[in-house]
Design a protein around this ligand. Sequence first.
Ligand code: SIN
Ligand code: MN
Length: 260
Amino acid sequence: MLSTSQLDIYRNKGYVVVPGLLSQAETARVRAEAEYLFGRDHPGRVMENDGLTVRGIHGCHQVSPLLARLARLSRVLSAAEQVLGSRVYVHQSKVNAKRALRGDLWPWHQDYIFWEREDGMPEPRVTNVAFFLDDVTPHNGPLLLLPGSQHLGVVAPQRREAAERGWEAHLSADLAYALDAARLAPLAEKFGIEAATGEAGSALMFDPRLIHGSGTNMSPVDRTLLLLTYNSIHNVPRGGRRPTFLAERDATPLRPVEAL
Ligand code: SIN
Ligand code: MN
């Protein structure tokens, strides 16, 4: 569960970093599982533009029993239920590799527009938990956030040409619903930019309307992030056509487990 002050921070700023949500031993197991999945051929695996470096894997809770258990770990699940005020399931899961020296950027964007436009999700009653599987520092491409920007709702959405390329354009450095400089500049001026950093085992919870992105990884250290997107069972999408590794069809509420 989040403390009252953590919940207040989440509501005001649109995000909160929870240090030590996973123990070192748990983090090491999850990190090793991610590394194993990076090496497997899977339709949800996406490469960087060099065609050689893994960028991310999607739908991991569907293929990995360990990651399916992580999604149900009671200390994580209860925080998601608390924020959304209902029972929940995982709509989307991914591990973004952001490899040392090679990991590419994520343009500025809001997540909810993808789920609304592409998956038919009725409301932004959904939240992200991003587990830091490595130490996240200012140098290895931390998530950058505009605190408070979730209060704007969806900002003047603009379907770019990239959107026509299909679901790959939802995962690449040329993102379908990125915010251009003209939109970003006044918002960055108004809200400021903060970086979500912390030790491995910490987790960042953030609102699906929060404007965020991340730069390249210029450091010699990987920045592996596991993102679980929890959706309220009262907010089940209708009519989406994306592959199931991007949009879960099974909305059965998750039951908690106490250990990984
Ligand atoms: C990142 O991994 O830096 C970006 C993740 C996201 O926008 O979902
Ligand atoms: Mn995002």
